[in-house]
Design a protein around this ligand. Sequence first.
Ligand code: FES
Ligand SMILES: [Fe+2]
Length: 371
Amino acid sequence: MEITAMPRTPMRAHTLPGKYFASQEVHDRETDQIFLKQWICVGRASSIIEPGDFFLHEMDGESFIIVRAASGQINCFYNVCRHRGTRLQQESCGHIKSRIHCPYHAWGYDTDGNLQSAPNMMGAEDFCVVDHSLQSAACVVWQGFILINQQQSVNAFQTDFDEVLHRFDDWELDRLVSAHQITYEVQANWKVIFQNYSECYHCSLVHPQLRPITSVETASNDFTDGHFLGGPMILADNYKSVTMSGQWCGSPLQKLSAEDLRRVYFYTLCPSLFISPHPDYVLTHRIERVNVGSTRIVCNWLFPPEVIQQDTFDPSQAVEFWDLTNRQDWEICELTQKGVQSRAYRPGPYSGLESMLAAFDDYYLALMATA
Ligand code: FES
Ligand SMILES: [Fe+2]
């Protein structure tokens, strides 16, 4: 893996104009240009293990049923009945015994979306059950993450994710499971959250607990443009991981090189995911755009299942560290959101430590400009 030294931030690079953080018109264009077209992370496959297990994902006024079918495949369906459109599932998660039943007139669908029962419809003119399967969205599982796409096919995923398909194989990310989850509601635009995660210029002031563990001077990037950005920081001597104690929670991940045992990586995957591989766990932030000035962030601490099963396992050192750090970040993000909404705000110059923000802006603006 080629790692570049901290790339220079283009001299022209300034923060985005205020409308990108405060305008409903921009928000609506993002819906069309980004959130309808890009792969959106909706959760982990390990949360729906048994056939029939499901959860709902709400996004931009739509509701999706993410369900594991009898074959083991995970499907994504619009939560919309093919009779008169009624919302099918209302519980946020659960188990479908045999059919997804509509609460209105009892049409029943299997977990592959096929209409299996439609009471009293046999006399209806030209009615045929095969014409009334649930509407689906493309759905893939990559490294244990479930990603959906409303406009592209599953086949397009391989091309879209080509550069990172196997990036996390050494961490065995596909088989890691969550030992802890925290959901945060932050009063800031989703891009403020992305930009905060993408630089450590703020770390010495905002994160006094992180400062001795990883220094911004050690930061570099192995993905410097496009939808996937970021790279490693090097752990200081005497620290084995980013935890309250500076030690591992359990044991280091088995397949890591000596080099990766001394590194923490910080990657963004526009527009819905941060992945932070550590020597002993992987921290993930799933980003949900709620409205112009509000974002939901679902944070998970992922470990190997056999580590979690050990009697002595305790993830609290990792959870406590990043919960503290997250809250420090959310507080400064909310202050930023207040400022960028001001009529006094003008785009400001990026520092040399903010090259990933300039790269994010370039990619974002290119998506927004696409016909
Ligand atoms: S609206 Fe669903 S069965 Fe009638
Ligand atoms: Fe931070």
